[in-house]
Design a protein. Sequence first.
Length: 114
Amino acid sequence: MPFLRRLATRIVPILWSIRFRRRFTEVTNGFRSYKLSLLNHPDIDIEQDWLNKYELEFYIHYKVLELGFKYAEVPVSKVYPSDGMSISKIKLFGNWDWWSLLRPLVLLSLGMKK
């Protein structure tokens, strides 16, 4: 696993665990399923302008947890290339992808977005 990915998969779940007072093992994987009907909830608005990159994925996940929808972690395996190269499209430096990953957690927790 590339170093930055390893770092992100350790730090980001800790931040989410602190916010929701619940232990999360991984929140950056992106392998999730939700009931489509949750998008009809009046407190979920996926049409907001600031949800334009990776934010949408983390926004939905945040709202699922905040609103008390059922949630369970299911372990998945990820196999990385043997040459150590990352296959992720997310770049933590140079284009602010790291902020896209953390933005919903920060802005929603502080009440700066809805």
